[in-house]
Design a protein around this ligand. Structure first.
Ligand SMILES: Nc1ncnc2c1ncn2[C@@H]1O[C@H](COP(=O)(O)OP(=O)(O)OP(=O)(O)O)[C@@H](O)[C@H]1O
Ligand SMILES: [Mg+2]
Length: 265
């Protein structure tokens, strides 16, 4: 499969991820999660380099969202080891709130606060910085939302459409300048133009920080480049550079998934 012709692949991120020399931003070792007797994640081991995009792909129910929720401790009852920038997330200095600013997670369902659009974006900033119009505009532009909301910044965020709320959450996460950004299906409710802008933002961010993106859109995974992690049934089946995964997947499960969009794990 080839990237769509009208979209530039995230080449820089791809090159960076292919380098074996870079130190790691995220190390996951033997992570397992069981809830109510159901095994959601099984011995997940994963490395994410300091820069570049890592896409998580796999069928519905594979455990992609659960994995992200473990990484910033929205799930706490897992076994294994997770280190971000070499620091054990269970012993994060300053506690879990500081961890979540460092490693921002934009969830699958947008979670906007019952306040204005502007206040939502600036929510995580210290009080004195919340009036900074330039920051507000930059984050909304990066989230491809500025043009749609610039004339109604004081309107309730709840009045936005689902796709707009999703982009508002991206803007809010960007405002605190995370050192690692995780996005769970960030473009699932977006029109093609907004999708293209969010992909562009992810690629730009990935030049300086690691970006982890869950997607069901395999064309998008190819456009984003970097590393691909294929999950099924709570396990990592294959992790490889984007080019290797799509051109020569090593595992039979990966080949079947690419061919039939199903996995028989
Ligand atoms: N809080 C929870 N309690 C119990 N089971 C859960 C919980 N969260 C998720 N699960 C189950 O864990 C499995 C993996 O869910 P998860 O949301 O991580 O999958 P996913 O790969 O993100 O799927 P999708 O692509 O549909 O978003 C599913 O079977 C789901 O029903
Ligand atoms: Mg999910």
């Amino acid at each position: 499969m080839k990237p769509e012709p009208n979209v530039t692949p995230c080449v820089v991120a791809d090159q960076i991820s292919e380098s074996q020399a870079l130190p790691l931003a995220l190390q996951v070792r033997d992570l397992s999660l069981t809830i109510d007797g159901q095994s959601l994640l099984r011995d997940v081991t994963l490395n994410v380099p300091l820069r570049g995009v890592t896409t998580l792909i796999g069928p519905s129910g594979a455990g992609k969202s659960s994995l992200l929720r473990c990484l910033n401790r929205l799930h706490e009852n897992w076994q294994g080891e997770v280190a971000i920038d070499g620091v054990n997330v269970r012993q994060w200095p300053g506690g879990v709130d500081v961890l979540r600013r460092h490693a921002g997670l934009i969830g699958q369902k947008p979670c906007v606060f019952p306040t204005t659009i502007a206040a939502n974006v600036m929510f995580g900033l210290p009080r004195l910085q919340r009036k900074r119009r330039a920051v507000l505009e930059q984050c909304l532009r990066q989230a491809a939302l500025w043009d749609e909301v610039k004339d109604r910044l004081q309107s309730p965020a709840m009045s936005l459409s689902l796709g707009q709320q999703q982009r508002l959450c991206i803007a809010r996460a960007l405002a605190v300048q995370p050192k690692l950004l995780m996005l769970d299906e960030p473009t699932a409710s977006l029109d093609p133009r907004s999708k293209q802008l969010i992909e562009q933002t992810m690629c730009e961010l990935a030049q300086t920080i690691p970006v982890i993106c869950v997607t069901h859109d395999l064309d998008q995974a190819q456009r984003l480049g970097g590393q691909v992690v294929f999950m099924c049934d709570g396990k990592v089946i294959e992790a490889a550079t984007c080019a290797s995964f799509f051109n020569s997947p090593q595992r039979i499960e990966s080949r079947e998934f690419l061919r039939w969009s199903v996995c028989d794990c």
